[in-house]
Design a protein around this ligand. Structure first.
Ligand SMILES: Nc1nc(=O)c2c([nH]1)NC[C@@H]1CN(c3ccc(C(=O)N[C@@H](CCC(=O)O)C(=O)O)cc3)CN21
Ligand SMILES: O=c1ccn([C@H]2C[C@H](O)[C@@H](COP(=O)(O)O)O2)c(=O)[nH]1
Length: 338
């Protein structure tokens, strides 16, 4: 997908060196935005292989979001990608789906006079087993798309400010809005923080899938997926390896600017590997720059297609989604900064 390569290039060429809570440094860029027409195929990356176990992780992650679960007990049977942020009972306070499907409604005593809140009989309110009331944002969007498709209020939020302030890992992709134009269903995602090499390819795949599923359920054609990433970053290593970028970013960026043609990215990668200190022992591939330069050197291939069974968001399983006509360059391994 061309737009992903442009995002990689924009962050590397315009980004600043930035340390952060993980201890793995980054090259970081502010407010990157791109748009993809889902009518031209499914935007799964082809410059690295994303089928097989990566696809399995992504699709089960989406099913976990849709489940509304606050824990990863089912998800971790399929993939380890969230294990590092959960406790041994599988509890995780970055439960996207918990807020998508079960956003907490204030108790009666916590409400102020004049505020509007739905009662327990309301269409999208659930009274849970222990009596607490929650709101299903995603079902609200789906039903409103059928009833009042021109609504400009089709927003879903995974952000609860008070929870985010104390959470181990507040949601990264924290709000999305659907918008109908003609017969097309568009989706705009805002992400506060994006790990361009590892997280963002999953995020693109997940929201493009979600848009296709909801378009199918509501009778629209999948339209544009628009994505804004506020802190768009490339991890570049720890200690001496990370610091090398602090001291040499200008030289690196001048060389990147001078690249002419795809082969030039490979030459830049070779220069980088010969100049930068090796990664510390046991810290292989926390520097994502070489793997991303490799991707920039590859020609994107034809976009694949998705086939999604006609089932509701409550019934959707991994088997209901088939990837068709997918061909990709070799996989690239990156390590995750915790
Ligand atoms: N630094 C960082 N980057 C992220 O993308 C990220 C976090 N932290 N923390 C929370 C979640 C977890 N996510 C992750 C975590 C790991 C992979 C990962 O290792 N992906 C491998 C495939 C691993 C697998 O499928 O088993 C890849 O090559 O894409 C991807 C997304 C996205 N998020
Ligand atoms: O879906 C996701 C989840 C997480 N990320 C990345 C973005 C950051 O690199 C880390 C989160 O660290 P913060 O310090 O909380 O920003 O995880 C992602 O890209 N996509």
């Amino acid at each position: 997908m061309r737009q992903y390569l442009e995002l990689v290039d924009a962050a590397l060429s315009g980004g600043n060196y930035k340390s952060n809570r993980t201890g793995v440094d980054t090259i970081s860029s502010f407010s990157e935005h791109y748009e993809v027409d889902l009518g031209e195929g499914y935007p799964l990356l082809t410059t690295k292989r994303m089928d097989g176990y990566r696809w399995n992780s992504m699709i089960h992650e989406v099913c976990w979001y849709l489940s509304g679960d606050e824990h990863i007990r089912d998800l971790r049977e399929e993939t380890k990608i969230w294990d590092a942020w959960a406790d041994d009972r599988g509890r995780l306070d970055t439960a996207y789906g918990r807020f998508w499907r079960r956003y907490p409604i204030p108790e009666d005593a916590a409400r102020l006079e004049g505020e509007s809140w739905p009662d327990e009989a309301h269409r999208w309110v659930t009274t849970e087993a222990d009596g607490r009331r929650t709101f299903d944002q995603l079902q609200y969007v789906i039903d409103t798309l059928s009833d009042t498709p021109n609504s400009r209020r089709l927003a879903v939020s995974a952000w609860h400010p008070a929870n985010a302030a104390v959470s181990t890992l507040p949601p990264c992709h924290y709000t999305f809005v659907f918008n109908v134009q003609g017969d097309r269903l568009n989706c705009h995602l805002t992400q506060r923080s994006g790990d361009i090499a590892l997280g963002v390819p999953f995020n693109i795949a997940a929201y493009a899938l979600l848009t296709e599923v909801i378009a199918g359920q509501t009778g629209y054609e999948p339209g544009t997926f628009a994505h804004t990433v506020v802190d768009a970053h490339v991890y570049c290593g720890t200690d001496a390896r990370g610091e090398w970028y602090a001291d040499n970013l200008e030289t690196f960026q001048a060389r990147l600017e001078a690249v002419d043609g795809r082969e030039g990215y490979r030459t830049l990668r070779e220069w980088l590997e010969s100049e930068a200190p090796d990664e510390a022992d046991g810290e292989d591939r926390l520097d994502h720059v070489p793997g991303l330069l490799e991707q920039l050197s590859r020609e994107p291939l034809e976009r694949p297609k998705l086939e999604v069974a006609d089932v509701s968001i409550d019934e959707l399983t991994a088997e209901d989604v088939q990837l068709r006509s997918y061909d990709a360059h070799d996989g690239i391994r990156f390590s995750v900064a915790e």
